[in-house]
Design a protein around this ligand. Structure first.
Ligand code: HEM
Length: 404
């Protein structure tokens, strides 16, 4: 056993036992971040912090939530909202957090696309990121079931019905997923388990994997430049900081992250206190009723674009289109055939592709919320077709791209 000196501070005591100072030293002198990055590179940490807030607020809600079809609605809308001290606050934090986490995920994804951060050795960063996207989607969907309101019930009905595979009529699979013919107690119990246990565990594992994939290729930078990390780190350590192209993770990069997080949390709590209603669907304040279908069923805003890809087509092609939309982003590193790691504005046709894809997904999102009638449904159809055309065009335009 190692010799333990008398510790004069908590820091020293911890250092002797878990090598705290070694960790600090690694973060200060072994882990480097390129200098040429902007506030968008703080989004990863903002996401990690928001996930932390969702975990903490979720734990408080879990103390009073009751996962039974008879009591779930009241345990949320009555017990937590009116009886438990500050229950309303934890619920609003959880609801706003669930919505904002997707906004930040989309910003983080599109930053990666704009700067080509999925290319040349960074493919696994992208794929693990997409895995996180899928896991967060499952987490959000399973959480949406828990208040057992009208939208929980009917959105659950619509989404689980998709597994029947249209003309494949795989009704047995749908019943297996639900544990019943319709969403009922078995269904609520298993989605409760998914939401509070399995999905959070899988997300934690995927975050560790995502961080692991960042270590060797390092994060990208605004110009997509290949930084000589060893040489730049040496310059920094010699005090030639202006000549070095990197900064240490701690405390320099971390302090920038903390600043951006500060601004974000001001906005976050402004929404929690003054505009939480944007994260709560009014229809879900009616208890689930299997005998009364709401006139218009739609998912939360962050799923609307993929919902609108499903909706304008007949059942079978619609399901294929929907499945395509779920997986296609995973393949981005392989469909982009250009050797250039550079910001989109330097990549000719890809620049147009980037903005067209962003605009198209925004149009799909707006159309997904509107009833599928008249002009809205035509615009939705055109936007859905454009989505496919853009993905088919990607390998062609990037193959033709000139080497920078
Ligand atoms: C929701 C959980 C997520 C967390 C906690 C997270 C965290 C992080 C962190 C801390 C970084 C490094 C700093 C930065 O660039 O922001 C990063 C980088 C990155 N993430 Fe994520 N991320 C998440 C989801 C995603 C998703 C959904 C994608 C897209 C598919 C993604 C793709 C990337 C890429 C490509 C990079 C590299 C950026 C670069 O090299 O410049 N991440 N992530």
């Amino acid at each position: 056993m190692a010799h333990f000196e008398k510790a004069n501070s908590l820091n020293e005591w911890l250092d002797q036992r878990i090598g705290l100072n070694t960790l600090k030293k690694v973060m200060q002198s072994e882990y480097w971040i390129p200098k040429d990055i902007n506030f968008l590179w703080a989004m990863g940490m903002v996401l990690a912090a928001t996930f932390g807030i969702l975990l903490v607020s979720g734990i408080f809600l879990l103390m009073y939530y009751n996962p039974s079809t008879d009591l779930a609605f009241d345990s949320v809308n009555y017990t937590i909202m009116t009886e438990v001290g500050y229950g309303w606050l934890w619920r609003h934090i959880h609801g706003v957090g669930a919505s904002l986490v997707f906004l930040i995920i989309y910003i983080h994804m599109f930053t990666g696309i704009y700067y080509g951060s999925y290319k040349k050795g960074r493919e696994l960063i992208w794929i693990s990121g997409m895995l996180l996207f899928v896991l967060f989607s499952a987490e959000a969907f399973s959480g949406y079931m828990l208040p057992w309101g009208q939208m929980s019930y009917w959105a659950g009905m619509v989404i689980t019905n998709l597994f029947s595979g249209g003309s494949l009529h795989a009704d047995g699979l749908v019943e297996w997923i639900r544990g019943d013919y319709v969403p009922a107690q078995a269904y609520l119990s298993r989605f409760f388990m998914l939401h509070v246990l399995l999905m959070p565990l899988a997300i934690i594992g995927a975050i560790v994997f995502h961080f692991g994939t960042l270590r060797l290729p390092h994060v990208n930078n605004q110009e997509g430049k290949e930084v000589d990390f060893e040489e730049s780190a040496r310059l920094w350590k010699e005090g030639k900081r202006a000549e070095s192209e990197v900064i240490p993770f701690s405390p320099v990069f971390l302090s920038k992250d903390v600043f951006v997080m500060g601004v974000y949390f001001i906005m976050f709590f402004y929404l929690v206190f003054y505009h939480f209603e944007f994260a709560m669907d009014p229809v879900n304040f009616d208890p689930a009723n299997g005998l009364s279908t709401p006139t218009h069923i739609y998912p939360e805003w962050y799923f609307l674009w993929s919902y609108e890809i499903l909706r304008p087509f007949p059942t079978d092609p619609g399901l294929i289109a929907f499945a395509f939309a779920q997986v296609i982003f995973f393949t981005l590193p392989f469909l982009d055939r250009s050797p250039n790691v550079a910001p989109a504005n330097k990549r000719g046709a890809f620049h147009i592709w980037f903005w067209a894809m962003l605009a198209d997904m925004l149009v799909l999102t707006f159309m997904g919320k509107l009833p599928p009638q008249g002009i809205w449904s035509t615009i939705g159809l055109v936007a859905a077709i454009t989505f496919f055309v853009l993905w088919i065009a990607l390998p062609i335009i990037t193959k033709l791209e000139k080497k920078l």
